[in-house]
Design a protein around this ligand. Structure first.
Ligand SMILES: Nc1ccn([C@@H]2O[C@H](COP(=O)(O)O)[C@@H](O)[C@H]2O)c(=O)n1
Length: 295
């Protein structure tokens, strides 16, 4: 039977193998919500890439607020962004080539942030004053997963404390949520002194998946995975899943579309081109979690 998901016919949707996508979704639907877990990147995947022609800030860029960092720090962080972001999305370099440069970028930015003596009690206000924005349809996405008790693992190379605050301020911080990210370490007076644990950047998520995600009890016994990302590095986020059965990957292609289209279509099952909505993930989830409903 052809799949009744009209959203897959949207002009923004590209698929290398439509029949394989359909078979995977049908298998996931038959297994039901109890077999499903969702693993998602955060910045520019659950958040929008742009709004009204302006870039939406990533969790790192939300810190660009005078409450937290001074003008000189802003300038230096922007210079680093202008140097390293084009490398991050460069279609002509491999992930292996990019790895050491990403470590360099994240390390330099985190050192600058630590020098600023950022105060924990200022973070919520900085998020409130920012133009952070989750994708259109985010509420349906978070609420449906919570309603069906499907665990949502957010795996982010951004800043965990900021990410949590964005989700909290949008009122979708449900108990099914698990987060792996770079968390700030504050001293006893609430001043940033370091970042906790091993650094997560865009191209080392596999290590994080094996180290952390693989041991999350709530994800055990759920062999079907819906994975959402905006970078080819995000495809390794499911590497910690033991004995996976069906993995459906959805990639948001936000930037450098023509240069990266081919590699995205070859790597993700579904590619969403400059689509600022959660329409397709929501439609797929609605189908999968509707076991027993009349089709
Ligand atoms: N100083 C930085 C470092 C990284 N970024 C962007 O954040 C994204 C990482 O977060 P994910 O939730 O997507 O894993 C990454 O794509 C970088 O472009 C930044 O803005 N500033």
């Amino acid at each position: 039977f052809p799949l009744q998901i009209p959203e897959l016919a949207k002009g923004t949707v590209l698929m290398r193998e439509r029949s394989k996508v359909e078979e995977t979704i049908q298998a996931m639907q038959r297994a039901g919500a109890g077999s499903l877990q969702v693993i998602s990147d955060f910045d520019m995947t659950l958040t929008r890439f742009a709004h009204n022609g302006m870039r939406v800030p990533t969790t790192h860029n939300i810190l660009d607020n005078r409450l937290l960092i001074n003008e000189d720090c802003t300038r230096r962080i922007r210079e680093l962004l202008n140097t390293y972001y084009p490398i991050e999305i460069d279609a002509s370099r491999t992930a292996e080539e990019k790895q050491p440069l990403m470590v360099e970028w994240w390390t330099k930015v985190h050192e600058l942030l630590i020098q600023q003596k950022i105060r924990k009690d200022m973070l919520a206000r900085a998020v409130k004053e920012s133009s952070a924005m989750l994708r259109e349809g985010y509420k349906v996405f978070f609420d449906r997963l919570a309603e069906h008790q499907v665990p949502l693992l957010i795996f982010s190379a951004g800043i965990g404390d900021i990410l949590e605050e964005v989700i909290r301020q949008n009122h979708v911080f449900h108990p099914n949520l698990h987060i792996i990210s770079n968390y700030m370490d504050f001293d006893r007076t609430g001043v940033l002194q370091a970042f906790k644990g091993q650094l997560i950047h865009t191209f080392n998520k596999r290590e994080g998946a094996l180290l952390h995600a693989a041991h999350l009890r709530e994800l055990q016994g759920r062999p079907n995975v819906l994975l959402l990302g905006d970078s080819l590095g995000d495809l390794t986020m499911a590497d910690g899943v033991s004995q996976p059965q069906n993995i459906l990957t959805i990639g948001f292609l936000n930037d450098q579309v023509e240069e990266r289209k081919e590699s995205y279509v070859n790597s993700f099952d579904i590619v969403l081109v400059k689509d600022e909505t959660m329409d397709v993930p929501n439609a797929v989830l609605s189908y999968i979690t509707s076991a027993g409903d009349a089709k």
